[in-house]
Design a protein around this ligand. Structure first.
Ligand SMILES: Nc1ncnc2c1ncn2[C@@H]1O[C@H](COP(=O)(O)OP(=O)(O)OP(=O)(O)O)[C@@H](O)[C@H]1O
Length: 519
């Protein structure tokens, strides 16, 4: 389907075609005049009457600010693009008239506007294109005031480049710039609706302490995914990618999600399955997701255990048949995602995180179900060096050899070490504190049992999520099994970590067992 921008380009092409026929008529006239004028007539007379030679002929595209009652998208794109040309122009160039900054935007979003009547020249594939702003000369606004208009001039020879390549390039460039400047949003579901908040997790692939080869692998995988539009269209597959991120608490699973979102400028839809009341509600939530987004289910092992089963479902004791309408299941979620995303939407990423691979439904681990499994492990020496560089700008230190040797013997999550490093601005004291944590762990004496301040992507208040509950003991009623225990971490978002489930580690329990994962 033709986009409004394509439609606008088509109209400009037609206008040029019309202009070309006027030029053709003028050429005929020139030939006629040349035939009619006496051979000895002064050349000036002919020059006054005749058009310039074909090589000097110019075409112009006029791009007005308004298209009927609406802003013209091509004009808006031209304004943003011209701003980049002005920014690159030599200082003191006369064309810059003012700089503006949208409310709430960062300094990188300053827009430079040009003075009406002045020109700025761009060169594209050998063609010279001149942008001029006509102030107040464009079509009238609804209130009677005149809008502005850009006039893009180019040599007649470059018509195809200008219309067929340059203007589409300008539109695409501006779209890409908008994407880059865009702050990703974090949505969470409440009472069947997505509620947006700004994603404040600043984690990026540069700050994330992880194995360098693994990081590169993930970045390459994302690049491949984004660049394969044609492949997904050709094969009729939904343009989506599924990641299962697993690893012990505090190893950076949520931070990796934030890094992916910040890298791609994709919004994150943080799905709290515990708050989804029915499959119908889930379907509506999925339908309301935008393209170029991430659907995140954190702690998927707990999330599905926590998904509510209402009285209408027959309860979790199975005394009555479960109603299809109300029960939210993992396969229900995956099938819904497959079905909806293959018929609508593109550039979607599905991410599940878990601390406990062993507790996951085998259906989820089946080959092909999630495209990629990413293991975030305990801190290795490379990851530790990265943390030290990120937090203190330190590349080397006398404590490094000892810390690296300790990291080969004991398990420590990057989050625990990051917390030690963050505690003070003094790099030496921070590294000593990190080393002490590892020494104590090795010796089996830990001051505070480790732990770290947890930072979930979602930091606002959240509906209480029921903890997964064990299956009822024989003879015990379903009410015991359905007992809802509030999960402090999820309620408060940022809390002192107490350890979760069997992932909890007691004092000194972090001495590495042979063969444990490390980065
Ligand atoms: N690999 C890492 N690189 C840099 N910082 C990290 C890393 N892992 C954890 N952190 C720090 O620890 C905090 C908590 O980490 P994060 O929530 O990403 O871990 P997690 O694996 O998702 O934990 P959980 O399983 O408990 O949800 C982060 O905000 C970050 O400051």
């Amino acid at each position: 389907m033709a986009s409004p921008a394509n439609g606008a380009l088509e109209r400009y092409k037609n206008a040029i075609t019309a202009a070309t026929s006027v030029v053709g008529a003028a050429m005929l006239l020139r030939r006629l005049v040349a035939d009619l004028l006496p051979a000895g007539a002064p050349p000036l007379v002919g020059a006054l009457l005749l058009l310039p030679p074909p090589s000097a002929r110019r075409h112009a595209v006029v791009i007005e600010e308004f298209d009927g009652a609406f802003y013209n998208r091509v004009f808006l794109a031209a304004r943003a693009y011209v701003s980049t040309l002005l920014a690159a122009a030599p200082t003191g160039a006369p064309s810059v008239v003012k700089a503006s900054l949208p409310r709430g935007a960062g300094a990188e979003q300053i827009t430079l506007a040009m003075r009406p009547g002045t020109a700025v020249v761009d060169v594209f594939r050998g063609a010279e294109l001149t942008w001029r702003l006509r102030g107040g000369g464009g079509r009238r606004r609804a209130d009677g005031s005149a809008g502005e208009a850009f006039r893009l001039n180019f040599d007649a020879r470059h018509k195809d480049v200008a219309l067929g390549a340059y203007l589409p390039f300008v539109m695409a460039r501006v779209e890409a710039m908008a994407r880059e400047q865009r702050q990703a949003k974090l949505y969470s579901n409440e009472w069947g609706k997505w509620r947006p908040v700004r994603l404040r997790n600043a984690s990026t692939f540069a700050t994330l302490a992880m194995d360098a080869a693994l990081r590169q692998d993930v970045v390459d995988d994302l690049d491949r995914f984004l660049g394969r539009k044609g492949y997904y269209e050709r094969t009729g597959r939904a343009w989506k990618r599924g990641y299962l991120i697993h690893g012990p608490p505090g190893t950076g699973k949520s931070s990796l999600v934030a890094a992916i979102s910040n890298q791609l400028h994709f919004d994150v839809y943080d799905l709290d399955l515990g708050a989804v009341r029915s499959n119908t509600e889930l379907r509506k939530l999925l339908i309301r997701m935008k393209n170029r987004s991430i659907l995140l289910v954190e702690d998927v092992d707990c999330a599905l255990a926590a998904a509510p089963r209402r009285e209408a479902d027959g309860g979790s004791d199975g005394s009555r048949p479960a109603s299809k309408h109300h029960k939210v299941t993992l396969s229900g979620l995956l099938n819904m995602v497959d079905g909806l995303w293959s018929s609508s939407g593109h550039e979607r990423i599905l991410i599940f995180t878990t601390n406990h691979m062993d507790r996951l439904d085998p259906a989820l681990l089946r080959p092909g179900r999630m495209d990629k499994h990413i293991h975030m492990g305990y801190c290795g020496s490379g990851a530790f060096r990265q943390l030290a560089a990120t937090y203190h700008g330190v590349d080397d230190h006398p404590l490094f050899p000892e810390i690296e040797a300790l990291l080969r013997e004991v398990d420590a999550a990057p989050a625990e070490l990051a917390e030690r490093l963050l505690a003070t601005d003094d790099a030496g004291a921070a590294l000593e504190s990190a080393a002490r944590l590892l020494r104590d762990r090795k010796a089996g004496v830990e001051e505070d049992g480790g732990g770290y301040v947890k930072q979930k992507l979602h930091v606002g208040p959240r509906r209480p999520r029921p903890r997964p509950v064990p299956a009822p003991a024989p003879g015990r009623g379903a009410s015991a099994a359905r007992r809802v225990v509030l999960d402090e971490e999820i309620l408060l978002g940022v809390s002192r970590r107490q350890g979760r489930g069997s992932g909890r580690r007691g004092r000194g329990a972090g001495v590495r067992a042979p063969g444990r994962g490390r980065r």
